[in-house]
Design a protein around this ligand. Structure first.
Ligand SMILES: *Cc1c(COP(=O)(O)O)cnc(C)c1O
Length: 374
């Protein structure tokens, strides 16, 4: 039975035969001369990297399914960013189809679409950064893919499951719904993964770059129904995962390391909550938004550009001011307790300077008054 999912896939993609790499064709033999590799490493005694890795590393995908406790199809890719690009190329026809985002959100959805001349429609988040569900559902009609991000970067909030289900129901028969869960480890109970079984047009993107602390390894995952995955698999480049990364990833997904990660998440959340409470006490901080992630978003009063204040002290944060909905907002990643203490110390210092300047200003006229009396 052909579903609307099949109809979203451009003909050019449907016709593709997956690239026939030497590893995929495989064979049965003693002497392997089929892939133009060197037959042995140039540095005897070291671990050799002369042979191509698996064409689609199943062991990593299986380990990730186990970690997610899901039967949904899984595939490892080079970071969530590659997942975004792959999904757009699989389900949108360049220079014709459209995607839908809910701004402010992660910039890569629009960037990848732009590169393919795919128009990005927007259903802006409401003032409290919640979805405008009826608007999302309306606009889903015009788009091949709806990109949601939960917890959302850079606003830090999650999409409640009831709202996500409303979007999934509304997008049924119209568009794919992709949920980017890059920060899900900081609020795991809100994951959409268990909904894939009920909604085959739901795709979940994950990464090991954030809570797992493996940004340099470049590993992300796509979780989806087998119907979605058969098409994505056509476009995945051969040998997507370098050998060294595969080994690190397999180890990271062992029970022991996952529980280390979960402990680290708990600790980070404590540091984050304490830091957010401290931030909220400064006069020049207008608002600290609630966070379900490893960063906080704050809004400062317009006359206090905290991004620059911190930069002068060698503390690099992310200025969000360019985004109309995030005027005077700064995003600060949560690091060690020491680093967060440095931020607070910097802001304390700035506050002290402000007070001194204010006092100097109120004193000056008095001084002049005194002079006039003489
Ligand atoms: C960091 C981030 C990504 C990119 O993750 P990689 O796996 O490092 O490519 C994707 N989506 C969101 C929302 C992110 O914040």
């Amino acid at each position: 039975m052909i579903s609307f999912i099949d109809n979203l896939v451009p003909q050019a993609v449907k016709k593709l035969m997956p690239y026939q790499s030497a590893r995929r064709i495989g064979g049965d033999g003693r002497v392997w001369l089929n892939a133009n590799e060197l037959e042995s490493t140039l540095f005897p005694g070291e671990v050799g990297h002369n042979r191509y890795p698996d064409f689609l590393p199943q062991d990593i995908a299986k380990a990730y399914q186990a970690y997610c406790e899901t039967d949904a199809a899984a595939v490892a890719v080079r970071g969530a960013d590659e997942a975004i690009d792959l999904i757009i190329r699989t389900f949108c026809k360049p220079a014709q189809d459209k995607i839908l985002i809910c701004s402010p959100t992660y910039a890569m959805y629009e960037f990848c679409a732009d590169a393919l001349a795919i128009e990005t429609l927007d259903s802006p988040l409401k003032e409290d950064f919640c979805l405008n569900v009826p608007d999302v559902v309306n606009k889903a009609e015009l788009a091949n893919i709806v990109f949601l991000c939960s917890p959302n970067n850079p606003t830090g909030n999650v999409i409640p499951k009831a709202e996500l289900i409303e979007v999934l129901e509304g997008a049924q028969g119209k568009s794919l719904v992709v949920v980017d869960e890059a920060y899900i480890e900081f609020e795991p109970q809100t994951s959409a993964v268990s909904l894939i079984e009920r909604y085959p047009h739901l795709v979940v993107i994950r990464t090991l770059s954030k809570a797992f602390g493996l940004a340099a390894v470049r590993c992300g995952f796509i979780l989806a129904s087998s119907n979605v995955m058969q098409y994505v698999a056509k476009l995945i480049p051969p040998y997507p995962m370098p050998d060294c990364s595969s080994q690190i990833v397999l180890e990271a997904l062992s029970d022991e390391r996952v529980s280390v990660m979960q402990d680290a998440v708990r600790q980070l959340i404590e540091v984050r909550n304490h830091f957010a409470a401290q931030l909220a006490q400064f006069d020049f901080v207008e608002k600290v938004y609630p966070s379900s992630t490893n960063f906080v978003l704050l809004k400062h009063k317009p006359e206090h550009q905290l991004f620059s204040v911190l930069a002068k002290n060698g503390i690099v944060t992310r200025n969000q001011h360019h985004e109309p909905a995030l005027r005077n907002c700064v995003r600060i990643s949560i690091g060690s307790q020491e680093s967060m203490d440095e931020v607070i110390a910097s802001l304390n210092h700035y506050q002290k300077e402000l007070h001194q300047r204010q006092q100097a200003q109120t004193k000056e006229p008095q001084f002049q008054l005194d002079k006039n009396h003489i």
